[in-house]
Design a protein around this ligand. Sequence first.
Ligand code: HEC
Length: 158
Amino acid sequence: MRFHRNGVASWQAVATAAVIASAAALWGAGRDGGRAGPAAPVPLQPGAMIAATADTITPAMVALGRDIFQGKVAGGLCATCHGKDAKGVQGLGPNLTDATWLHGDGSMEFLTTLISTGVMKPKQGASIMPPYGGTPLKPDQLRAVAAYVHSLSHPLGG
Ligand code: HEC
């Protein structure tokens, strides 16, 4: 792994390490049967299939998804790596607002699966994406955050 030697990049490396460490702690607690763990929402298995299509997207889902993405609901960490406006953070996470997809076709099916699985083998940077971005999400929260990401490149009704 290669580290860039300027202040901003090393701060980001620390932030990323913290995100990944807390993600590992969360998933570790889940595997332990949750004894003495914090009261967290029931985590889904990474890669769990959640039925979702573009037809099921509502404005309310998109609004909830934006709040999760920006960390206002469910402790979502997406904005840490993808930026508050989802336009990407150099070295941490790619732009999600354009028509370029590194790992699939940008559909709701692709987004729900990718977000629940995370990305262990990134194509561009050194950073990985933990499952759910590191915070266990309930099925409706997963669908909402996928709907928000979908809406960035597919305007509703368009
Ligand atoms: C720890 C940093 C991190 C967090 C937190 C994170 N991601 Fe990611 N995300 C990444 C990386 C790294 C990739 C893969 C980039 C690559 O392949 O080079 C990625 C890829 C993606 C992709 C696929 C992009 C493509 O072009 O195919 C989507 C969609 C996505 N993330 C959504 C989310 C959402 C939604 C959340 C919050 C629930 C989230 N991410 C949280 C780092 C993160």
